[in-house]
Design a protein around this ligand. Structure first.
Ligand SMILES: NC(=O)c1ccc[n+]([C@@H]2O[C@H](COP(=O)([O-])OP(=O)(O)OC[C@H]3O[C@@H](n4cnc5c(N)ncnc54)[C@H](O)[C@@H]3O)[C@@H](O)[C@H]2O)c1
Length: 395
């Protein structure tokens, strides 16, 4: 019987709510304590795609937080996200994974040359791979969102950026991009679940391409934007003219606290605005707000008010309210991305995986935001995975 390749999932932000729910969820599935609800890659379309079973994933990650996975899991229990019994049953698994978490690097000036930081981060991932004899590792950034950066023109190509790093530059790259470079230099597929600069910089994407590695991003689509990417195409297809689409988002939890900073929130607002503009054009008035409401914890509320007009200019309105549990929506998608990127890496697919646009608010490699078109692209990818193109013989 051929051995299943061994796959690691390295989460940047490993002690956050999304990461903890991901790790807990994978352990719960393995123990038969939870079902696959919310896990796209468990749908029948993906059965022949040769994806690594969730049960076989090995977890590790970076997080400068001195807290522990167990503590975060207990917070999730207190917030009503996961049952206490589940955390009690999986206590040992959480403690084991917590030993695989390294401090990494906090956001903000590191005070050390970027090159040294990258080598250290890549070293942590390499040691994890060796320790567990993994065939490949997928790195997913689920750390706190960072503010946008002004990209410097002279570092647009990897060759230029690399020269600056070798010359001892400090604080040239934000932490999320140091992690992305480290992941790629460690030979890993990479996904950016956040709207941080991370792997978006053209020089970093060029590095992934040159190293023959697949990457995907940015900013997972789990709530309001998911609904928008279904409804906006409906208005477009029915020739109903959307006049305005206002969105109010109320968020608690760590993500809400991070986004209370106006500069950081700009990263999120920019990626959230992509879908409407792409599907309906730029003529729609679309104000959007994110407010931090601590007592909501992991539950986010989005209220959208859409005014549109029909035949003879008759004005009409659609309103919707989405009340989702952030981490429960996000965690299965992290597992989906790890499985899909691991398979892409295995069969030699590389560069921007635009077929994963289904999962993102601001997808790399494509302007396609309509969920149904994104779903078809994902299904085609699954079919490619089932019958990968033969690799031509060297020489
Ligand atoms: N939950 C969702 O539906 C959803 C959807 C899209 C994007 N996201 C993004 O996922 C990310 C995580 O969300 P969350 O709710 O788990 O947030 P969280 O605040 O609970 O967790 C973030 C974790 O990142 C860690 N961290 C901060 N800076 C770090 C650094 N430099 N290196 C490594 N780790 C670092 C923190 O210590 C914390 O443990 C956020 O950026 C959020 O915007 C979440």
């Amino acid at each position: 019987v051929p051995q299943q390749p061994r796959t690691g999932a390295w989460l940047v932000g490993a002690r956050g709510s999304v990461a903890t729910t991901t790790i807990l969820g994978a352990a719960a599935l393995r123990a038969g304590l939870a079902g696959p609800s919310g896990l796209v890659t468990e749908l029948p379309d993906f059965a022949p795609a040769g994806l690594v079973p969730v049960d076989d994933l090995v977890f590790g990650g970076h997080d400068p937080s001195p807290s522990s996975l167990l503590k975060r899991a207990e917070n999730l229990v207190a917030g009503g996200v996961v049952p206490a019994q589940l955390v009690a049953s999986l206590h040992d698994e959480l403690v084991t994974v917590d030993r695989e978490v390294r401090p990494g690097i906090a956001a903000g000036p590191a005070g050390r040359p970027d090159r040294a930081v990258i080598d250290e981060l890549a070293g942590d991932i390499g040691e994890f791979r060796d320790r567990h004899r993994l065939d490949r590792v997928v790195v997913v950034n689920v750390a706190s969102t960072e503010a946008p950066v002004q990209e410097r023109a002279e570092h647009r190509s990897w060759a230029e950026l690399s020269r600056a790093l070798d010359a001892g530059s400090r604080d040239l790259l934000p932490a999320s991009s140091l992690y992305a470079v480290a992941a790629i230099e460690a030979g890993c597929a990479y996904a950016d679940f956040t709207p941080s600069p991370g792997g978006r910089l053209p020089a970093v994407q060029q590095l992934a391409y040159e190293r023959g590695l697949p990457y995907a991003g940015s900013d997972a689509k789990t709530g309001e934007t998911l609904v928008k990417s279904v409804l906006a195409p409906m208005f477009a297809m029915r020739a109903l003219r959307v006049r305005s689409w206002a969105g109010l988002n109320l968020l608690g939890g760590g993500d809400g606290a991070t986004l209370a900073d106006a500069e950081v929130a700009q990263s999120k607002l920019t990626s959230k605005s992509q879908a409407l503009t792409a599907v309906l054009g730029g003529g729609v008035t679309a104000p959007m707000h994110i407010d931090y409401v601590p007592n909501l914890g992991d539950w986010k509320t989005a209220w959208d008010h859409i005014s549109f007009e029909g035949f003879l200019g008759v004005p009409m309105t659609l309103q919707f309210t989405w009340q989702g549990c952030d981490s429960a929506l996000a965690a299965p998608l992290v597992l989906d991305l790890v499985r899909l990127l691991a398979r892409a890496h295995e069969i030699g697919k590389f560069g921007a995986l635009e077929e994963l646009s289904f999962f993102f608010k601001d997808p790399v490699g494509t302007d396609e935001h309509r969920l149904s078109a994104q779903w078809e692209a994902l299904r085609r990818l699954a079919a490619d995975f089932s019958e990968p193109a033969p690799v031509s013989e060297a020489g």
